[in-house]
Design a protein around this ligand. Structure first.
Ligand SMILES: [Mg+2]
Length: 102
């Protein structure tokens, strides 16, 4: 098992118990609302990343926004096809590995 697959496996397992909750959220709010919410959460993360203060120890707001984005990304994966997304992740990580290992 490659490192990327292993990392994905660990991340997926961590989200697994939440999958039905994310599916329910998509059903409850609707795909369009959740896509808008994903855009909103990503914008919030961008804002917090741009504000990072390297002199401060903990960037709690960045951490919170990363969590929000991961939750929304996992809904987008369900919406657009988890296996297709995973296949693209693997291709891109393979490319990254070959650049780093050069
Ligand atoms: Mg947020």
């Amino acid at each position: 098992m490659g490192a990327s697959r292993m990392i994905h496996g660990v991340l997926s397992k961590a989200m697994e118990p939440n999958k039905s909750l994310l599916e329910r959220a998509l059903e409850h709010f609707g795909a369009q609302t959740q896509v808008s919410k994903a855009i909103e959460e990503m914008a919030e993360l961008i804002t917090e990343l741009a504000r990072i203060d390297s002199n401060r120890g903990m960037n709690i707001k960045v951490i919170e926004e990363i969590a929000d984005v991961i939750i929304m990304i996992n809904q987008l994966k369900i919406l657009f096809g988890e296996e297709l997304v995973q296949s693209h992740i693997e291709t891109k990580l393979k490319r990254l590995r070959s650049i780093i290992d050069q």
